[in-house]
Design a protein around this ligand. Structure first.
Ligand code: FRU
Length: 314
């Protein structure tokens, strides 16, 4: 029988110790990669969402984010999600363009066990880990009530809708109808401007050509309300009507309110910070709620200096 001499034993122990310490070290600085599929970056609101995600992630060195921009193309966004799955990211955040076409890639990623956070616009069904966004129906209803009160219960309105195949467009419309249902407000012209300022401007030109009296324009986002304002100003009619929008970014909607361009803007928070906080909780193995509903505010000239006013319930 050969007896092991003390030196080799010590060497073994030393190797074991180094292995354990290295494993612990790797654990401590473990990096997670989040894939973020953004539907487009053409509007300030989405640029802000990505900035909110990146700024929040910056204080968590264990996180890195791979950003994809689908440039408002459903097929490209589907390809991006599939690509993120193949590249082995630890979690995916998706802000979908439209509900129906994005449902399958989200469901496939989720079925593979990858946590998926849906931000802002929804997909169909519930095959995802968590949805984060403000309540668009509530915002639409609040806008309807605010407008009815502001116009004294009657008036002719133009409604410029967001993309009606996306859920915020549908909810901001149905909520609005609920909000004005007790009033005698008449929607004389409505069009889908697909969230885009140039489309809103064109649609508003048609509305102005057809109707001599327009009391207010309700647009589903601030770029839409601003496009309508530009069309009315070009026709010399911007002082005859009010403009109301949604998003209320400090550098966009809130600024328009301060400048007197918009009578009101309803806040639509980007959810970027909440998405990173939720992603971290999931990556650390915690349970998170299926739905995280973000609060919203209304900004008007009267309340903007005190930070707007929070929308109450319901
Ligand atoms: C930006 C945007 C916002 C709007 C949101 C709705 O693409 O149009 O202006 O509030 O998307 O999903």
């Amino acid at each position: 029988m050969t007896r092991m001499r003390p030196a080799p034993i010590l060497r073994h122990l030393f190797t074991l110790l180094i292995t354990l310490l290295t494993a612990a070290g790797v654990q401590a600085q473990k990096r997670w990669t989040i894939g973020m599929s953004q539907c487009n970056l053409g509007e300030p609101w989405r640029v802000q969402m990505n900035a909110d995600l990146a700024n929040t992630a910056r204080s968590h060195p264990e996180l890195s984010i791979v950003f994809k921009d689908a440039q408002n193309d459903n097929l490209r966004q589907v390809a991006h999600i599939n690509e993120l799955v193949r590249s082995g990211v630890n979690l995916i955040i998706v802000s979908p363009k439209e509900a129906a076409p994005l449902t399958k890639p989200v469901r496939d990623a989720y079925a593979k066990g990858i946590p998926v956070i849906i931000l802002d616009r929804r997909v169909l069904g519930s095959d995802y880990t968590c949805f984060i966004g403000a309540d668009n129906k509530k915002i639409g209803r609040a806008a309807g009530r605010w407008i009815a009160a502001r116009l004294g219960g009657r008036g002719k309105i133009v409604e410029l809708k967001g993309l009606m195949t996306s859920t915020p467009g549908q909810d901001r419309h149905s909520g609005f109808l609920e909000g004005i249902k007790e009033s005698s407000i008449e929607v004389v012209f409505e069009a889908d401007m697909k969230w885009l300022e140039p489309n809103a401007r064109k649609e508003m030109e048609s509305a102005l050509a057809r109707f001599q009296t327009i009391d207010l324009v309700y647009a589903h986002n601030d770029p839409g309300a601003h496009g309508a304002y530009l069309a009315a100003r070009a026709a010399g009619r911007e002082k005859q009507m009010l403009f109301v929008g949604i998003d209320a970014l400090p550098q966009e909607g809130q600024m328009y309110v301060k400048q007197g361009i918009l009578a009101a803007s309803f806040e639509y928070p980007t959810g970027g910070r909440e998405a990173i906080e939720t992603a971290l909780a999931l990556l650390r193995g915690k349970k998170v709620p299926k739905e995280i509903v973000l609060p919203s505010r209304v900004y008007t000239l009267e309340n903007i200096d005190r930070g707007g006013e929070i929308l109450g319930n319901p």
